[in-house]
Ligand binder design. Structure first.
Ligand code: GLC
Length: 727
């Protein structure tokens, strides 16, 4: 222990020296160049870049307990991962005297980094409060030699420095007598006693520290009523304060992605990515291998560009040490990004996302100044060309932001515009911003349009653009729900068309709003005269194969290997580390217990032979989550944390072998699954009404769920627009 203390204070000294250099360094000359860009910051979402600070008692051990590196889990949760008895952990408070903590300097660092706000951990899972609370003595004022209200100090410094200020607040509490014991999921119910305590503290936080920009609730599994009470209390005290979705039960104002997780879908509502310098920890970890700050700065900057370019907010974390000093490496990373922002930041902050969104090579935003696009190139394309497919405007000029004299060659071919960026040198963070000037109002031809086949336009889940929301009642059950589908059709013939819907029992009973052009049809999908789909004929099964369970994998967007050509005992997975074993006793239609651990997932697959091309209706019963692919194409992805549910899926079988692949997820408890293929099912058809289409016109078509943030629940849905005379 003594040894630890020495090394901590030595480090603190070093840190102090380093962080006293205030001026950001220019990537080439070492000097700050230019001012931070100015822009309208009125809304929460317009402030795209914030500093997250994880700082508390856990920063003192900094990932080491009794001389041992604690490698399991995040270091801010060392109490759990090193099995530290509560009383012993609480003793850390007597050592908390962070002479290196300087709120002014923290604010300056955030400003140098180009950030607009700071979010500080007011109370983490350990229950220690970084503010003066009347609800407990386990707070920084009562329990530490430091004796100062950290939240107050930083709130005031932010106000003086013109930064917004937000607070992180953990709903679980390992110190509170009514709190649930430490558990691996951190998602335990909130007892009545703890709930009352949390409410009283939220009241303190929103009453004593001036305007709180965001309240970042985290973890626990509150009931819908409890989530509601947190929300109501916050809004009654500070209506402007934005609430994180980790208050659960759809009571937040903005979606928080999973830790270091980036969305792969379009989101209509405000959202945020919490990112740490290293995925393994948020709190200070003294033994973290850090590497090169320049590549880290490039990495985090690229994330910021991608997040902001698709409309999100980036919350980048630092973990000061037990003495309150910011790790020099983190200072360097932030300042390097800040320096980039001084020179190029308008492309992020004075700009809006475009329908180009984010591409593999970078992001395209639209300047608030008319007639200007920012094209931020993060990965220089090998052939030097980037393409802006569908941009209809006349392009006036394209040039690197910092070298307007270098006019870049622009070519238009059909609906595609290409710009040769080959002559543009990426900067030290491997980035370059190109400005594209155009005339008129920005006009895009939709990326994908539906053209008719035999005069009929067919729209389904596969050819739709899906918008998603993330919902859930706790961290492990965060799920993407699909609340909006969108298509564009390009009509090739003027005339009257019927809008027809076709669906199965999977969709029956859903309320939706359908829009075709400017016509709206509110609908409820009811049963009609059924069209019978028979059981498949002549199918034969290959071996039923099972991969090893994967612990703590709750995502269907992560796929661990290719989704075809599975074979018994052949290495599988992107790193070849997984294999499948055969389960001879498996039988279709009979429940099979995967015996998955809680918070675990498992891949299951087999091949199926079909003598002809045919439609097969399959049912899958699982409790917490299932994804299903055939021939590598995803047909189903559902998350339904208990109880068990049966999904009906239409499978287009091809003649020959078809690779069936499933991923089952178990959040808790039972992991029994049933797959059945000899199913007879029905399809229903209804006509919503008629629309008039004009030749050559692009018509947007959209379906929204009856209420926002609710899954449309579509699996086998189809929409057809058919000329009336063909009926
Ligand atoms: C998780 C962790 C917590 C961390 C947070 C940051 O909820 O439990 O330790 O503070 O993520 O996003």
């Amino acid at each position: 222990m003594f040894k630890n203390l020495i090394s901590i204070s030595l480090l603190a000294l070093l840190t102090l020296q380093c962080s006293s250099k205030q001026e950001p360094e220019n990537t080439k000359t070492g000097e700050a160049v230019g001012a931070m860009p100015e822009f309208d910051q009125t809304t929460w979402a317009s402030r795209k870049y914030s500093l997250f600070i994880h700082w508390g008692l856990y920063s003192i051990p900094g990932g080491i307990w009794k001389g041992k590196q604690i490698e399991k889990g995040y270091s801010e949760q060392i109490q759990a991962h090193a099995n530290i008895p509560s009383d012993e952990y609480a003793q850390l408070a007597t050592q908390f005297n962070p002479t290196g903590w300087d709120p002014e300097r923290i604010v300056q660092l955030a400003k140098d980094a180009g950030m607009q706000s700071i979010v500080l951990t007011a109370k983490h899972h350990d229950g220690f409060c970084m503010f003066a609370s009347d609800q407990t003595d386990f707070d920084v004022v009562d329990a530490t030699p430091y004796g100062q209200d950290v939240v107050k100090g930083l709130a005031e410094a932010c106000a003086r420095g013109g930064l917004k200020f937000g607070l992180y607040y953990s709903l679980i509490d390992w110190h509170h007598p009514d709190g649930s014991p430490i558990s691996p999921s951190n998602s335990d119910p909130i007892s009545a006693g703890l709930h009352a305590y949390n409410l009283a503290q939220v009241r303190e936080l929103l009453s004593n520290y001036g305007p709180i920009d965001q309240l970042w609730f985290d973890m626990g599994a509150p009931t819908p009523e409890q989530s509601n009470e947190y929300r109501d209390l916050v809004k009654s005290l500070q209506p402007e304060c934005q609430i994180s979705s980790r208050v659960w039960n759809q009571d937040g104002d903005f979606y928080v992605m999973g830790d270091n997780q980036y969305p792969e879908v379009s989101i209509d509502a405000p959202w945020q990515v919490p990112a740490s310098m290293f995925d393994d920890t948020w709190g200070y970890r003294s033994w973290q291998k850090r590497g090169d700050p320049v590549s880290k700065a490039a990495d985090k900057l690229h994330s910021l560009v991608r997040v902001a370019g698709s409309g999100g907010v980036f919350l980048l974390n630092i973990g000061p040490d037990g003495n309150g000093s910011v790790v020099p490496y983190e200072v360097q990373v932030l300042r390097k990004i800040g320096n980039w922002i001084r020179q190029n930041g308008l492309s992020i902050f004075d700009a809006q996302p475009t329908s180009f969104g984010v591409r593999t090579w970078g992001a395209v935003t639209k300047s608030n100044e008319p007639g200007k696009l920012y094209v931020t190139v993060l990965e220089n394309p090998q052939d030097g060309f980037i393409s802006l497919y569908g941009l209809q405007n006349q392009i006036l000029r394209a040039y690197p932001m910092h070298d307007p004299s270098n006019e870049l060659p622009v070519a238009k071919q059909g609906k595609n515009i290409t710009i040769n960026v080959g002559s543009v040198q990426p900067d030290s963070l491997n980035t370059s911003v190109v400005i594209v000037e155009y005339s008129g109002d920005l006009d895009f031809f939709p990326l994908r349009t539906i053209l008719p086949k035999a005069e009929t336009y067919t729209m389904n889940l596969k050819n739709a653009k899906s918008y998603k929301a993330y919902v859930g009642d706790k961290y492990q059950s965060i799920t993407e729900v699909n609340d909006r589908l969108q298509w564009f059709l390009q009509s090739t013939k003027s005339g009257n068309y019927a809008v027809r819907l076709s669906y199965t029992n999977e969709e029956v009973g859903r309320g939706i709003t359908l829009r075709v052009g400017d016509q709206t049809f509110p609908l409820s999908l009811e049963k009609s005269e059924p069209e019978e789909i028979p059981a498949p004929s002549g199918i034969a099964f290959g071996n039923f194969l099972l991969a090893e369970p994967i612990y703590r994998d709750a995502s269907f967007s992560t796929i661990h290997g290719v989704l075809y050509n599975l074979a018994y005992s052949r290495p599988w997975g992107y790193d070849g580390s997984r294999t499948f074993r055969e389960v001879p006793e498996w039988e279709q239609g009979t429940p099979y217990d995967l015996q998955l651990p809680d918070v675990g997932s498992q891949y299951v697959g087999f091949s199926m032979f079909s003598p002809t091309d045919q439609i097969m209706m399959t049912t899958i019963t699982a409790d917490d989550g299932v994804a299903f692919w055939v021939g590598g194409e995803k047909l189903l992805e559902k998350f339904n944390p208990a109880p068990s549910k049966t999904y009906l899926v239409e499978v287009p079988l091809e003649q020959g072998n078809n690779q069936m692949m499933f991923k089952f997820y178990n959040s808790k408890g039972n992991s029994e699954v049933t797959i059945q293929h000899d199913v007879v099912a029905a399809r229903y058809h209804t006509t919503a009404g008629n629309v008039n289409l004009q030749e050559g016109k692009i018509v947007p078509v959209e379906i929204r769920a009856g209420s926002a943030q609710t899954d449309l629940g579509f699996v086998n849905f189809k929409l057809e627009i058919v000329p009336v005379e063909n009926l």
